[in-house]
Write a protein that binds this ligand. Structure first.
Ligand SMILES: Nc1nc2c(c(=O)[nH]1)N[C@H]1C(S)=C(S)[C@@H](COP(=O)(O)OP(=O)(O)OC[C@H]3O[C@@H](n4cnc5c(N)ncnc54)[C@H](O)[C@@H]3O)O[C@H]1N2
Ligand code: MOO
Ligand code: MG
Length: 707
């Protein structure tokens, strides 16, 4: 018999930094070598990080050529916060092996009651047997020794060997070595072929409840095949309002970064009150072009400003150095914004003066006649700090740095070089489907191929909202592992998503088809939680929202814990994808970007206040709109403002025939609003006032009148 392949994954933050500190791998290897059934183990070390662990296990189990029969993990199985090896491994397991877990704990309990504090996991993924062991060399050795005799047999069965033959050939001796007797129960168990196990996972079987958010059944098992898929969705149908509440609840709080004041902060929300670092103006400045004068007041006994005065000096804006004081009886020429010389207290506009004489060379003013005596101290002068006082609060937490430029101007003028803002989330967009072809592929479509229109349209929409995006490409439906790898890579920040994403938006694969793998992949393979998988709306019924646990540490941030990443899995139909992006993803992005803080700061409203998501307005229907009997419809429409009566009017982008069909992305071309049509019989009547969500600016019109 060929030797079996075995890999050891050491899970330890310490050993990942200092590989020499690991003693467990060297302690385990001799136990396997003694069996002479194993190749020398491959060893790798990763930190206590769910994604690193999953990546290594998948590499060893999923490669169709170089897969390993046995994958042993050591470390991260205790109760400490950072111990998350079982959480990383459980979702990867297709068929659990509680017997091995029981055997290991029973053996350890003979040695120490602390065995109860270990949380081992064991089971089969594809053809590989995966077992977690404690991190200490002693504990790992004890656990491995407890099961090692059974492992060659277990691995061969997992790999698909005929168990009857194996049983006849060697089980008796195995049992003898392991010190167990071959009772009826163990016979039955060992005789089961791996493929037979899958019938446990069809509908009717209560799957292990790992990360579901309710008591419902877990999503379809992709390996069960179409004849075993659910024939009704296990996901409860939520109302749009309930779905928005779930999103609100599970969208993490925004995190703060220090950002330089430049164009990139436009659209950001200020995270801490900002105080002026400098006064504006920093000096006494002229508001006009003219002559600085000493206007009479009770303190200076100056004569009237009316009369002819010698021009003593010239003050331009941008002068360096110190200015000589203005003497009584003289004036100084000055430009707008320039500093007044000491003693000057007012400026006379050049329009209120006449030139009397020039210097002998004819190039300069010698004397000027001031035509008005009605100049008061302070006239045409900006006092230091009169625009902005040093230390004055110029922006408050929650303020939005708008594209108008006023906030950037304030920061720039007061010497603020960096500002604390909430980090804008980065969104990765992934299309799924075997039928998809790049939209710009020059080849003619064949068979059931269609162009991927969702990715470009979603990326365009997200960019227009001002969020950084990552194009995650297309993941095929088959093999299902392609989707799993694409999502995991994006969550871990490798490949196309190397700069990291906070939110993943996928389209396709969320409904009831046998290739609709999104939900099972999130739940079963990534250990995510699906908060909802169906919404009573049209279009967009199968919209799915999930969170996947994650810990982030990065540069330049002050609060580094983003505990989970968000996945919005939108329906594949193009109109459904865009409508649900607007309706569900935008409010979440707004919360992540700190706009929730904004609404709290401004009005103490909860985060679902109108500032989050699309603005809501009341519109008048310009014609009859058909209603759906069950689902709330988000009808694509053009909203115009009437100049005659100041009201907003909504006209459908197409009510006849296929106008609003969810495959018809054209229903969103020119649309600037989603008209909210509550379910009912018949039609929404022309002239009726309903709610609309504005996706773009209102068009102007004075012709849109109804009677
Ligand atoms: N038996 C049932 N079937 C369907 C139901 C249902 O409740 N029971 N729901 C329907 C509804 S409603 C929708 S919406 C769709 C959602 O389908 P999926 O999200 O599973 O998406 P796919 O099956 O992958 O594709 C649907 C459709 O969209 C096209 N598509 C997919 N991706 C793209 C893309 N990137 N660019 C352009 N077009 C795309 C795909 O080719 C299909 O034509 O399910 C109904 N079925
Ligand atoms: O819910 Mo679907 O998006 O109507 O076609
Ligand atoms: Mg589908």
């Amino acid at each position: 018999m060929d030797k079996l392949k075995v890999a050891i994954l050491i899970v330890s933050d310490t050993a990942s930094q200092d590989p020499a500190s690991d003693r467990t791998a060297n302690a385990l290897a001799p136990i396997l070598d003694a069996e002479s059934k194993w190749e020398h183990p491959a060893v790798r070390i990763v930190p206590d990080n769910v994604f690193e662990i999953q990546r290594a296990v998948c590499e060893w189990s999923d490669d169709s050529v170089n897969w390993y029969n046995l994958i042993l993990l050591s470390g991260g199985t205790g109760f400490a916060i950072k111990d998350n090896t079982p959480e990383a491994v459980s979702p990867l397991i297709h068929r659990h092996a509680p017997g091995l877990v029981h055997g290991m704990i029973a053996a350890s309990l003979k040695v120490t009651p602390f065995a109860m504090m270990s949380r081992p996991v064991a089971g089969v993924r594809d053809k590989s047997l995966i077992i977690t062991l404690p991190g200490s060399p002693k504990g790992a050795v004890e656990n491995l020794e407890a099961v090692v005799k059974l492992l060659p047999h277990a691995c061969l069965q997992s790999a698909g060997a005929n168990s009857r033959n194996m049983h006849a050939a060697g089980v008796k001796s195995l049992e003898a070595e392991a010190g167990v007797s071959s009772g009826t129960h163990s016979h039955t168990h060992l005789q089961k072929k791996p493929s037979q196990c899958s019938h446990h996972h069809g509908p009717g079987h209560v799957a292990p409840k790992a990360h579901t958010s309710s008591n419902r059944q877990q999503s379809n098992d992709p390996s069960a095949g179409p004849n075993r898929r659910y024939r009704s969705s296990p996901y409860p149908m939520l109302s749009v309002e309930e779905a928005l509440l779930q999103i609100s609840e599970h969208t993490p709080e925004p995190i703060i970064i220090e950002s330089p004041v430049n164009t990139a902060i436009v659209g950001s929300v200020v995270a801490e009150d900002v105080y002026a670092a400098e006064s504006v103006p920093a000096y006494k400045a002229s508001i006009v072009d003219g002559y600085a004068v000493i206007a009479p007041d009770s303190t200076n006994n100056a004569p009237s400003t009316k009369g002819v005065f010698p021009v003593a000096s010239v003050n331009h804006a941008n002068v360096g150095g110190s200015l000589s004081p203005l003497k009584q009886g003289t004036i100084a020429r000055i430009t707008t914004g320039a500093p007044l010389p000491p003693n000057a207290n007012a400026v006379v506009m050049v329009e209120d003066t006449d030139l009397v004489s020039s210097t002998p060379d004819g190039t300069e003013e010698a004397t000027v006649d001031i035509l008005t005596g009605d100049i008061k101290p302070g006239e045409n002068v900006r006092e230091p700090g009169s625009d902005v006082r040093l230390g004055e609060k110029i922006l408050a937490r929650g303020d939005v740095i708008s594209s108008v430029g006023g906030e950037v101007g304030l920061l720039a003028s007061t010497g603020i070089r960096t500002v604390k803002v909430f980090k804008k989330p980065t969104i990765g967009v992934l299309s799924t489907g075997d039928e998809l072809v790049e939209h710009d592929d020059p080849r003619t479509l064949t068979g059931g191929q269609i162009r991927d229109s969702n990715r470009p349209s979603l990326l365009a929409c997200l960019s227009s909202w001002g969020f950084p995006t990552v194009d995650l490409g297309i993941a095929r439906d088959t093999p299902a592992s392609e989707l799993e790898h694409a999502l995991r890579d994006s969550l871990r920040g490798v490949g196309r998503a190397s700069s990291g994403v906070d939110v993943i938006v996928t389209t396709g694969g969320v409904s009831m088809g046998e290739l609709d793998f999104l939900k099972p992949t999130i739940e079963r393979s990534l250990g995510g939680t699906i908060h909802f998988g169906r919404v009573s709306m049209k279009p967009g019924k199968p919209t799915t929202f999930a969170t996947v646990p994650f810990k982030e540490t990065g540069e330049g941030t002050t609060q580094q814990e983003r505990k989970s990443k968000l996945i919005f899995s939108l329906p594949g139909n193009p109109a459904s994808a865009l409508v649900t992006l607007n309706l569900f993803v935008l409010p979440s992005l707004h919360k992540l970007t700190g706009l929730g803080e904004s609404s709290r700061a401004i009005s103490s409203k909860p985060w679902l206040a109108p500032q989050l998501g699309l603005p809501r307005v009341a519109v008048v229907l310009t014609h009859h709109f058909p209603l759906d009997p069950k689902r709330t419809e988000y009808h694509r429409a053009v909203v115009t403002a009437s100049r005659s009566d100041g009201r907003l009017y909504a006209t459908s982008t197409g009510v006849e025939g296929v106008g609003q069909r969810s495959s018809r992305v054209g229903s969103l071309a020119n649309a600037n609003a989603l008209v909210v049509l509550r379910p009912g019989r018949g039609v929404g009547i022309k002239g009726e006032i309903v709610e609309a969500l504005m996706m773009g600016g209102v068009y102007g019109s004075d012709t849109r009148l109804i009677c």
